[in-house]
Design a protein around this ligand. Structure first.
Ligand code: GLY
Length: 373
C-alpha cells in the first residue's frame, strides 16, 4: 500500500538525487546513466530528454513551493528555449510540455506560451502530407510510436491559435499512427515505414524493440499515455478508444511483479539484455498515463482496473529493487531501465524520462492527497 508518508519519502529521495545532479554537473542535461553515473561520453542517439530534468524541477516546485526548485526550474527551462526551432528531433512535446507549459500555467506570462506555440509549429514542419504523419528524426520515411507523446504540442498550438491547418496535421498523425502502428489487440509496433513518393505504407519496423512484430514495452506506454493526452485535448472518443485498447494489452500482459520486461514478446527463458531484462521506465510512464485514463474512461470497472494497476506498478517501483535509495553512489532515481538494447546504450541503468514519469505519477498522487486533507 502506497501511503502518503511513503510517497513523501520517495519524492524526498528523488529531490535529493536531482539536487545532487544539478549541483555536481551544472547546466548538464543527461539522458541515461553508465554504472549509475549521469556524466559519461556515451552516444546520445538523439537529444530528446532536456524537458524531463526541467520537468522534475517543476513537479518538485508544484508539490513543495520551494524557491530553490522555482529558481532551478526557470533556469533549466530557459536553457531549452532555443530548441523551439530545432528541426532535427521529433521530441519538442517532451521538451516543452514538461518545462514551458508548467511554467506558463503557473505564471500566465504570454511570452512563455509563445515559446510552446512556436515549438508546436516547428514540430508540425515534420508533416508528410502523402502519408499523413509526422516523421521521426530518422527521415521522411519513418513514423515512430513515440511521436504520440509529442503531437499534443501541435494540438495545444492549434487550440491556442485557432490554426485549422495545425489541427488537421495533428489529427491526421494520430489516425495514421492508429491505423499502422496500433494493432487490433492493443499492442504497438515501434516504427512504420512509408514510401516517400506515394505515401504508401510499406511495413512495421523497430529500433528499440525486439522485432518489427513484437511489442516494445516503452512504445506501448508512449501510445497509451499519448492517446490519453490527445483525448484530454480534443474530447474525441476515437482517441480514448485507442488508449483503452493499449491499456487492455498492458494489463493483460503485465508480469506478476508489475514491472514489464523491455519487450512484451521477449523470450524470458533467455538472459538479459535480449531476454528477461526489466524496463522500469515503461512502468513509470504507463502508471502516470493510467492514473489519467482512470478518470477518462466511461466504464467504472475499467477505471478501477487502471488505477489499481497504476498503484501496483508504482508500489513495485518504490521497492529498493528499483528505487536507488539503498544503492550508494547511484545517481539516478529508478534502476533497471533500458534506453537502446541494440546500440547497448543505457541498458539496465537509470534514464531521465523514467525518473521524470515516476516523479510525475507520484506527484499526481501527492497532490490528490493534499487536496483531500
Ligand atoms: N526515443 C524515445 C525512447 O527511447 O523511448
Amino acid at each position: 500500500m502506497l501511503s502518503g508518508d511513503k510517497i513523501e519519502e520517495v519524492l524526498g529521495f528523488a529531490e535529493k538525487q536531482v539536487r545532487h545532479l544539478v549541483e555536481t554537473y551544472p547546466n548538464f542535461f543527461p539522458i541515461y546513466t553508465v554504472n549509475g553515473k549521469w556524466y559519461h561520453s556515451g552516444e546520445l542517439w538523439t537529444d530528446w530528454t532536456g524537458g524531463f530534468l526541467a520537468g522534475m524541477m517543476w513537479q518538485f516546485f508544484r508539490r513543495t513551493g520551494s524557491p530553490y526548485w522555482f529558481e532551478k526550474a526557470t533556469h533549466y527551462s530557459r536553457l531549452l528555449e532555443h530548441r523551439k526551432h530545432d528541426r532535427n528531433v521529433h521530441d519538442l512535446g517532451f521538451i516543452f510540455l514538461n518545462s514551458y507549459l508548467p511554467w506558463y500555467e503557473l505564471t500566465r506570462d504570454s511570452s512563455l506560451q509563445e515559446v510552446i506555440i512556436t515549438a508546436g509549429r516547428t514540430l508540425a514542419l515534420r508533416y508528410q502530407p502523402k502519408g499523413g504523419y509526422l516523421c521521426s528524426f530518422l527521415g521522411p520515411q519513418s513514423l515512430f510510436i513515440d511521436i504520440m507523446m509529442n503531437v499534443p504540442i501541435i494540438f495545444y498550438a492549434a487550440i491556442h491559435t485557432g490554426d485549422h491547418n495545425l489541427m488537421e496535421i495533428a489529427v491526421n498523425h494520430c489516425r495514421t499512427t492508429r491505423t499502422y502502428l496500433v494493432r487490433a489487440d492493443g499492442s504497438t509496433a515501434h516504427e512504420g515505414l512509408f514510401d516517400v513518393e506515394t505515401g504508401a505504407f510499406l511495413g512495421q519496423s523497430t529500433h528499440q524493440g525486439l522485432s518489427p512484430e513484437s511489442c516494445w514495452a516503452r512504445g506501448l506506454a508512449w501510445s497509451l499515455y499519448g492517446f490519453s493526452k490527445v483525448y484530454a485535448l480534443t474530447g474525441d472518443p476515437e482517441f480514448l478508444e485507442v488508449a483503452e485498447r493499449n491499456a487492455q494489452y498492458w494489463i493483460l500482459h503485465l508480469p506478476e511483479d508489475k514491472v514489464p520486461y523491455w519487450d512484451f514478446c521477449a523470450d524470458l527463458s533467455q538472459p538479459p539484455p535480449w531476454g528477461a531484462q526489466k524496463e522500469s521506465s515503461s512502468a513509470a510512464i504507463a502508471a502516470s498515463g493510467l492514473l489519467d485514463l482512470a478518470r477518462q474512461t466511461a466504464v467504472p470497472e475499467r477505471a478501477i482496473a487502471y488505477r489499481s494497476t497504476a498503484l501496483a506498478m508504482l508500489e513495485a517501483l518504490c521497492d529498493s529493487e528499483y528505487l536507488a535509495i539503498h544503492t550508494p553512489g547511484w545517481e539516478g532515481i529508478l534502476k533497471h531501465a533500458v534506453y537502446h538494447t541494440r546500440k547497448n546504450l543505457g541498458v539496465d541503468e537509470s534514464v531521465m524520462w523514467g525518473d521524470f514519469f515516476f516523479v510525475e505519477a507520484l506527484t499526481k498522487l501527492a497532490l490528490e492527497g493534499s487536496s483531500r486533507s
